[in-house]
Design a protein around this ligand. Structure first.
Ligand code: PRX
Length: 635
């Protein structure tokens, strides 16, 4: 029996049992056999969920880029590591071999050093999905700098908040980006953001769209000339197992985004292990994850997981509907993609288009289909299974989070029988619990509760950058000695898990986590707005869309309302980004509140979802009369 590569269901059960009985031994064997260490660990695991503190492979020394690149050179030097498919299908795809990746990462690592970046410094990466994005993350890791990738769809204000929160010294960006037929002025956004970021000394700029941009003297530098002069060898910085590898921001239900900190060894071991098993990866497969590297899915399953296994990982710059809705399938056929990993929101959008967009492409190379980021509804699951997988490629519905670093619950394809909308079993090493509202564990099957994890796993985020207290409060204070995920889940009669959705004030829109508080805060900045509340409601493609209830300082005429709606969405776009725009905005004279002044979101949610038959108990409200008004004017 091999711990590393599960081959049948019996083995899955055995391996899972072993991983629960003796987690240290289980992970130690995997770490020992499959990675390159400069020094072995002294201790596999130290943990205390009360503090909370978790350390894996303490005392070990390594560099993750040696594991993701150098060690493959001898036998896979000419193999494609990154297969870059540009936005425009007429532009040639780039096959970047492991040898070329090695040289490009080292050159950039040398440039970073030359520009004064040292081990432990934070570097913000704000780039489109071009090879330099993956190369920048790896170049940081090469020299021990901590990367903080910010999704290039975020606004200038969102970018500056993130740059300042982690004190980044440098930003790596591009002159602009392509998105279908559009170009986006990324450098302009960075310039705006950096007006508020005194700590940034250098901006390295990749030339992508060849637009005319301003370069600030002394701060901004074109990257290519610096790379041209840089050596293609750069000694890797030898890191401790628990040294931070990266920071990645995720929305919380309140306040500032949370800079989740992931460390080196555990993250490497877990992402590599899960990549191998969840996608049943074999040597000559072509793996394509459509996520952006600005999200955790891209970090773990475009960059680190695939490269640690010596795989070929496709990186796509464009969008699913350019030049037409057949683009994804054209790429699958063109590069003979074997594993395809995407989000339900994309599947739902694709399913709305003519089937001809799919059928004119040869999808026979596909072996495994993946889904991530939000619950996949039954209809989307069947469309994916029937039309893309042709009922032959299993769908792995993978549940995990920015905080978990890697996939936690998923079928193992060809091994775990799939069931639509179920993420099925926890992966080896993962010990799940369902908790009730009173803090008791719910045992047995056919039950539902709040999803928690009771034992550490190697790739868990270790803290929130600069705010360990918030880390403790958010994840370890709801239930004693448990990591609380914020999700609800049910366990069926055989022990399969189905995620039912968030139980906090985070709403998942098109697979993106959005906290309600930051959106409300930005709306409230509009001079005409007194107060607001945001809830989610079901949407055909996005999964959820946002519904805002807004109280104006002065009730204006309804003809000004449309303008106000535009202005409110404009403010949200400036503060957060277009992904957080509201689909519906209802102006109201009040919001239902408890006697202690808390907004009763449950009622607002029901009205937004048109489920007003059963509003539940409203008698405890301070202002029950407002409920009728809101119902009468619901959009
Ligand atoms: O609510 C769950 C949902 O996405 C949340 C995590 O979002 P994020 O940190 O942005 O990471 C997304 C990519 C890993 C979870 O708390 N979620 C993620 N995957 C699934 C899911 N909900 C249902 N089914 C899934 N497969």
């Amino acid at each position: 029996m091999s711990n590393y590569h599960i081959k049948n269901l019996e083995e899955y059960f055995q391996v899972h049992r072993k991983s629960v009985r003796n987690p240290e031994l289980f992970w130690e064997e995997i770490a020992e056999e499959h990675f390159l260490w400069r020094k072995r660990w002294d201790k596999v695991l130290t943990w205390d969920f009360k503090k909370p503190e978790v350390k894996w492979f303490e005392g070990a020394k390594l560099n993750i880029t040696e594991n993701c690149i150098d060690r493959h050179l001898r036998i896979r030097g000419d193999k494609t590591a990154i297969l870059f498919e540009p936005n425009d299908p007429k532009e040639t795809a780039q096959h970047i071999s492991y040898r070329q990746l090695y040289e490009r990462v080292n050159q950039l690592a040398n440039v970073l050093k030359e520009q004064g970046i040292k081990k432990g410094d934070r570097v913000c990466i704000y780039l489109p999905m071009i090879p330099e994005l993956a190369i920048s993350t790896l170049a940081c890791a090469r020299i021990g700098a901590i990367h903080s990738v910010v999704f290039a769809g975020f606004s200038a204000m969102a970018l500056s908040t993130r740059v300042n929160d982690s004190d980044c010294k440098m930003v790596i960006t591009s002159d602009g980006s392509y998105r279908g037929t559009k170009t986006i002025d990324l450098k302009g956004i960075v310039d705006d953001a950096l007006k508020e970021c005194p700590g940034v000394e250098t901006v390295l700029v990749v030339k992508r769209i060849h637009s005319e941009i301003e370069m600030k003297n002394g701060r901004d530098k074109w990257l290519q000339p610096l790379l041209d002069k840089a050596a293609t060898e750069c000694e890797p910085e030898i890191m401790d197992a628990e040294d931070p590898l990266f920071i990645l921001y995720t929305s919380g239900s309140t306040g500032m985004p949370k800079g989740m900190v992931h460390t080196t060894a555990g993250y490497m071991v877990y992402t590599a292990y899960t990549f191998k098993n969840v996608f049943q990866y074999r040597e000559n497969d072509i793996f394509w994850c459509t996520a952006d590297i600005g999200w955790i899915t891209g970090h773990s399953y475009i960059v680190y997981g695939p490269l640690a296994n010596g795989a070929t990982s496709v990186m796509f710059e464009g969008v699913p509907n350019y030049p037409d809705w057949g683009r994804f399938w054209e790429i699958v056929a063109k590069h003979k993609v074997t594993q395809f990993y995407t989000a339900p929101t994309a599947i739902r959008a694709l399913a709305k288009e003519k089937l001809d967009c799919v059928e004119r492409h040869d999808l026979s190379s596909l072996k495994v289909l993946g889904s991530v980021g939000e619950p996949i509804n039954e209809e989307a699951w069947h469309w994916y299974n029937d039309n893309i997988g042709k009922k032959k490629s299993p769908i792995v519905d993978t549940w995990w989070q920015t905080e978990t670093g890697g996939i936690m619950i998923s079928p193992i394809p060809y091994i775990t029988p799939t069931k639509p909308t179920y993420a099925t079993f926890p992966l080896p090493g993962i010990q799940l619990t369902l908790m009730d509202e009173h803090g008791e564990e719910i045992t047995g099957n056919q039950v539902d509760g709040r999803l928690c994890i009771k034992f550490p796993w190697p790739s868990m985020a270790r803290t929130i950058w600069g705010n360990h207290k918030r880390y403790k409060e958010t994840y370890f204070s709801t239930y004693e000695n448990q990591y609380f995920t914020g999700d609800g889940a049910l366990r069926d009669e055989v022990g399969y898990y189905r995620i039912t959705g968030r139980v906090d004030d985070v709403i998942i829109v098109s697979g993106h986590n959005l906290g309600t508080a930051p959106i409300e805060d930005s709306i409230n900045e509009h001079p005409a707005v007194a107060e607001s509340a945001i809830v989610g409601f079901p949407h055909d493609i996005k999964g959820n869309a946002l519904y805002g209830y807004v109280i104006l300082k002065e009730t204006g005429e309804s003809r000004v309302h449309d303008n106000l709606r535009k202005e409110i969405n404009q403010i949200i776009t400036e503060h957060i980004g277009p992904i957080a725009k509201l689909d519906k905005i209802q102006f109201t004279s009040g919001l239902p509140k408890t006697r202690s002044g808390k907004i009763m979101r449950r009622i607002l949610r029901k009205i937004a979802c048109n489920e007003t038959d059963n509003l539940g108990d409203t008698s405890t409200l301070l202002n029950p009369e407002v409920v009728q008004e809101i119902m009468d004017n619901a959009l």
